[in-house]
Design a protein around this ligand. Structure first.
Ligand code: PLP
Ligand code: COI
Length: 339
């Protein structure tokens, strides 16, 4: 085993091959026990429905090294439930919650040397995924499935870390009103790549999508949910059947309400009504809280707090969230799983 030469404080969000990954197969109505393997390649049938018809879904969660050197997961049960919602939407078998959490813990333990040290800000990102495989060609669900979890040490998703980024409203839709927007399925992401490319070409960090039915309301960023903060101490975030229910967002709703006495609202965020927000942000496992400096819409950049400095409310929400995740601040009951 080679020695690690990772510069923990300068990690981005890039693939790094770690030592072991978990893999389990579902066939004839049941899951096998699952094993840890060294090989980071998958050998699957050419007719696999995951390859042709997008019968696949995935998750993202992180392991955190605490000050005392322990390792903990943040709300993995919620990721397990969301994976199963995605699986149900695409007619795939559920992964039992205990199996999901056990697989995550096994992968973290087996790759412990890749869990970044406390104080570097970096974390170990876990990527569970479920794919339909087997010999197939007609449009129908697979009869064999693979559930796998691998991990990579990561730093900030948006390069530069905790500073404001500008985003651009996209002309494209990420999801359809009764489509798969609320499921974490690859097709949503493949469809959003062109919007991301166009946003990046114009110098923006990423695209923000409007609701596919009326194109009047903010839905979410391609990789994170949206929130805004008003001068009346309100934390407002879109409610829509076609956005991904972000575990970070639901955690922030509780933090804003219970730690900072804010009024929390899930509702419409009209694109014509951005003036009411004094701060805004994108939130997610990879994005953590990424402050939104401004949003470009129809050629105008609407600036919230500032394109240079992080707003004070965003900052205190961020500090509390990562404080809980790294074990510096007591967590609400059930949020932390020790590995
Ligand atoms: N929205 C999309 C489209 C995402 O890909 C993600 C990332 O998982 C999120 C929101 C944030 O969800 P979570 O906070 O559960 O990571
Ligand atoms: C995550 O935040 O876990 C995600 O899955 C977002 C992804 C685009 C990196």
């Amino acid at each position: 085993m080679e020695n690690l030469t990772i510069d923990w404080t300068n990690l981005g969000f890039d693939y790094i091959k770690t030592d072991l990954r978990y893999i389990s197969v579902w066939e004839n109505g049941e899951w096998d026990n699952g094993v840890l393997i060294k090989d980071n390649t998958l050998c699957i049938e050419e007719g696999s429905p995951a390859l042709h018809y997008g019968q696949q879904c995935f998750e993202g969660l992180k392991a955190y090294r605490t000050k005392s050197g322990e390792i903990q997961l943040f709300r993995p049960d919620e990721n397990a439930k969301r994976l199963n919602n995605s699986a149900n939407r695409l007619l795939m078998p559920e992964v039992p919650i205990e199996k999901f959490i056990d697989a995550c813990k096994q992968v973290v333990k087996a790759n412990e040397r890749f869990v970044p040290p406390y104080g570097t800000g970096a974390t170990l990102y876990l990527r569970p995924f479920l794919i339909g495989v087997g010999d197939n060609i007609g449009l129908k669900p697979a009869n064999k499935f693979i559930f796998s979890v691998f991990c990579i040490p990561v730093g900030p998703y948006f390069k530069g870390g905790m500073k404001p980024f500008n985003f651009m409203i996209s002309d494209y839709d990420r999801a359809a009103p009764k489509g798969t927007g609320a499921a974490k399925v690859g097709g949503n992401y493949a469809g959003s790549l062109i919007a991301q490319k166009k946003a990046k070409e114009k110098g923006y960090a990423d695209a923000i999508f409007l609701d596919p039915a009326t194109h009047t309301k903010i839905e979410e960023v391609g990789s994170a949910n949206f929130f805004g903060i008003t001068a009346n101490n309100e934390f407002i975030t879109p409610l829509s059947p076609s956005i991904l229910p972000s575990i970070t967002k639901y955690s922030l709703l509780e933090i804003a309400r219970d730690y900072f006495d804010m009024k929390v609202i899930e509702g419409d965020v009209n694109i014509s009504d951005l003036d009411k927000f004094i701060e805004a942000g994108a939130c997610g496992t990879a994005a953590v809280i990424t402050p939104i400096g401004g949003i470009e819409y129809n050629g105008n950049l609407h600036v919230f707090h500032s394109t240079k400095d992080v707003g004070p409310i965003t900052k205190k929400l961020y500090d509390t969230l990562i404080g809980i995740q790294f074990g510096d601040i007591p967590a609400p009951k059930g949020w932390i799983y020790t590995v």
